[in-house]
Design a protein around this ligand. Sequence first.
Ligand SMILES: NC(=O)c1ccc[n+]([C@@H]2O[C@H](COP(=O)([O-])OP(=O)(O)OC[C@H]3O[C@@H](n4cnc5c(N)ncnc54)[C@H](OP(=O)(O)O)[C@@H]3O)[C@@H](O)[C@H]2O)c1
Length: 312
Amino acid sequence: MNKSFSLTRRTAVRLIGGATAATLAPFPMNAAEKESDAILRRAIPSTGENIPAIGLGTWQVFDVSEAPNERGPLKEVVTRFVQLGGKVIDSSPMYGRAEGVIGDLLSELHLREKLFLATKVWTSGKRAGIESMERSLARMKTKRLDLMQVHNLVDVDTQFATMRAWKEEGRVRYLGITHYVDSAFPEVEKIMRREQLDFLQINYSIIDRKAEERILPLARERGVAVLINRPFASGDLFARVRAKPLPEWAAEFDCKTWAQFLLKWILAHDAVTCTIPATANVKHLEDNMAAGLGKLPDEKARQRMVDYVAQL
Ligand SMILES: NC(=O)c1ccc[n+]([C@@H]2O[C@H](COP(=O)([O-])OP(=O)(O)OC[C@H]3O[C@@H](n4cnc5c(N)ncnc54)[C@H](OP(=O)(O)O)[C@@H]3O)[C@@H](O)[C@H]2O)c1
């Protein structure tokens, strides 16, 4: 695909598909309407493909043994995730056994085709990068990954060259980069300007808002889909809010819990395509998925949310 076509398509998707996809579906009107149909979906700008806006992270929580007491809860989490309309699962060869656990569970549950699998390459050198990506395919028990990302920008130019070739060959569908700390944003910005990325994965939360200054507007401008990692600041946010009351006005945007409050705040940013909270607990998963239902806060409400959390 030549660049001008790609840009034209991105613009068209933003103007047409993006706007429609960013509109929230209502709560199910009756019991017959499945919860999975109601979840908020957003368009990937480079193709217009829609994905559900709540995904699933796997750092630490999926790095488990084969023991039934460790695998059992994750089997429940993955099953329920798909039942509730979830699709995007994010992993990395850096997450210990996580890729293999996902591969085992998806093959046991016959769910590969229902999921959008994202993983990463986190090594230096062309040969090592290829071997790492081959291992990811084998561990995740799939012939094609939906998204391959350069983890924390490690040897980004070398890995991107291979990833582009893999995309041509159909072994990966989308390409991206990731980082998780604000100090990397200047480098992230440079790469976003020189590469036509399909995806950027970055940190953003109600107590870590730096990405909204330059990175998120640039993603919007360049037609890059955005995955948000660390939506709960890797869990730290719960220590801050857990014992505090959820404000009554959170009901105005269909929010019943702190997890929904924190996730809806992220999803209300229009450059965000999907956020990937990690959990090994099915009740937490259900709570997180509910953030993809109902209304989102408007700009005024978002600021009120920031102020409320800041004084806790
Ligand atoms: N450089 C990178 O590429 C990079 C860096 C960081 C993260 N990531 C990706 O982004 C994902 C998310 O980030 P993260 O794992 O750092 O942190 P996070 O999603 O902000 O927080 C995860 C923590 O929150 C807890 N939690 C989740 N839902 C909850 C709920 N409803 N109520 C109470 N507690 C809840 C989880 O524990 P429970 O298991 O008890 O629910 C877990 O300890 C990662 O898993 C990974 O896939 C990528």
